[in-house]
Design a protein around this ligand. Structure first.
Ligand code: F6R
Length: 366
């Protein structure tokens, strides 16, 4: 069942080009973003929404955080994202014109299910679930559904479920943008094209595996690591830190790079590896000055960038380049190297990669 792979996690990381292609198949075949992709009465549910409330846990929550950048920038709708276990126990103000989106690989996470029920009890009747398991509890309790087609995910640490959630959320964003008159035919064609090319770009990122393996030995003896990103890549830093802590048991924290000076810089010294997600986007110059702040304190930098960013390795600065910057879908491509890093560091430390201690694949209790 594992084929050439040592663990399900490694296999599932490598399945991502296929999982993404399967998840976007319906959109590509349709040749357009259309509400019907989310359910028969989706046009009616989505047309006059005034905002989006995303609810999820763990990695699925980070997919939601990424989507917020897209939904506000591309669809022009206000979007909040909240951890389901927090939302369900606080007194929230509901706006029935907001769409409640739950994200869950398993479709059985108790807190996410309860957050959905709570939202409904507050008067939210426009509900949409992004889920990987057909007919599981959360999609059954939602009016609209988009199924990711990652296939069964066996490794406890979520990999292909996350990147397929992201393409589903991007599809939702573009569909909302179109319904709200914010996507013209040219932009729609560009987004469809970007999706069509994504499996290939993810494959190129997977080809970086030997380079990432080269970093793993340096990480293996560390006790702590810091992950930095800005903008839409900040949630990818969070996901990278979560993957590393889950399977290698190295304590890892992620921060938006602009927050360094507001506290975490105090932790940086020669012993602290700092992983930076630094693609060639409009925030790159800001990220570079954050990297200088780290180097000035002796921190060792491990930078994931892309080909057109024009900066290379130097003393204490290691650089791995993904292929050409892919624009709006860049966070999906940049997820691959952080997954590979966590995997190879865990291998070097000899942990149980597919079944990390204390964790369960599906969290059906509080
Ligand atoms: C992390 C991980 C968990 C899940 C979380 C939500 O690698 O797998 O953080 O993402 O338990 O699970 P689902 O998506 O099934 O609701």
């Amino acid at each position: 069942e594992l084929g050439p792979y040592r663990h399900f996690m490694q296999k599932e990381i490598h399945e991502q080009p296929r999982a993404i292609a399967d998840t976007i198949e319906a959109v590509i075949d349709n040749g357009a973003f259309a509400p019907e992709l989310f359910g028969a009465d989706a046009a009616e549910v989505l047309r006059d929404i005034e905002g989006v409330q995303i609810l999820a846990c763990g990695t699925s929550y980070y997919a939601g955080l990424t989507a917020r950048y897209w939904i506000e920038a591309i669809a022009g709708l206000p979007c909040s994202v909240e951890i389901a276990s927090e939302y369900r126990y606080r007194t929230a103000v509901a706006n029935p014109k907001h769409l409640v989106v739950t994200i869950s690989q398993s479709g059985e996470t108790l807190d996410t299910m309860e957050a959905l029920k709570y939202a409904r009890s507050l008067g939210h009747d426009r509900t949409l679930s992004i889920c990987n398991v057909p007919e599981s509890a959360i999609p059954r309790a939602s009016r609209l559904v988009y199924y990711t087609r990652a296939g069964a995910e066996i490794g406890v640490a979520s990999t292909k479920a996350f990147t397929t959630q992201l393409v589903a959320l991007f599809t939702l964003t573009a569909t909302l943008a179109k319904l709200h008159g914010r996507l013209d035919a040219t932009q729609e064609a560009e987004h469809l094209d970007a999706l069509r090319h994504l499996p290939g770009s993810v494959q190129h990122a997977l080809n970086l595996e030997p380079q990432v393996t080269g970093w793993a030995e340096r990480f293996a003896p560390k006790d702590n690591a810091l992950f930095l990103g800005r903008g839409v890549h900040y949630p990818i830093a969070l996901e990278g830190a979560l993957k590393l802590k889950e399977i290698s048991y190295i304590h890892a924290e992620a921060y938006p790079a602009g927050e360094l000076k507001h506290g975490p810089l105090a932790l940086v010294d020669e012993a602290m590896p700092v992983v930076v997600i630094a693609p060639n986007d409009r925030l790159l110059e800001k990220v570079k000055s954050n990297m200088q702040e780290v180097r000035a304190r002796g921190g060792e930098l491990f930078v994931f960038t892309d080909e057109d960013s024009h900066f290379g390795p130097s003393d204490g600065v290691h650089v791995i380049r993904a292929p050409r910057h892919v624009g709006v879908l860049s966070p999906i491509v940049h997820t691959i190297p952080v997954q590979l890093l966590a995997y190879h560091v865990a291998l070097a430390r000899g942990t149980d990669v597919d079944k990390p201690r204390n964790l369960a694949k599906s969290v059906t209790v509080e």
